[in-house]
Design a protein around this ligand. Structure first.
Ligand SMILES: [Zn+2]
Length: 89
């Protein structure tokens, strides 16, 4: 998916969701994959994409928070895989 394809898809989703963040209900202009692509989520399916708040003025915006959670989950998966590969210390 090109950047411009994503932008037009995201615009459509944000309009569909009337700028309401699917996590906190505040106004938002971002779009986010509910199931991350890294976890097998559909990249282009509007059903897998929701409006999310990504206001950079707020430290607690849902997009940053979700990105951080996903990064942490990814690190945990990598750690588990490493432990699986080398079970004993
Ligand atoms: Zn939010």
């Amino acid at each position: 998916m090109t950047r411009s394809e994503w932008r037009s898809l995201a615009r459509r989703v944000v309009a569909r969701d009337r700028h309401r963040c699917y996590l906190c209900g505040r106004w938002g202009s971002g779009a986010d994959h509910v199931q991350p692509i890294s976890e097998g989520g559909a990249a282009r399916d509007p059903e897998n994409i929701r409006c999310i708040c990504d206001n950079r003025d707020r430290a607690d915006n849902c997009h940053d928070r979700k990105t951080e959670l996903e990064a942490r989950a990814g690190r945990a998966r990598a750690d588990a895989a490493r432990r699986g590969a080398a079970p004993t210390d």
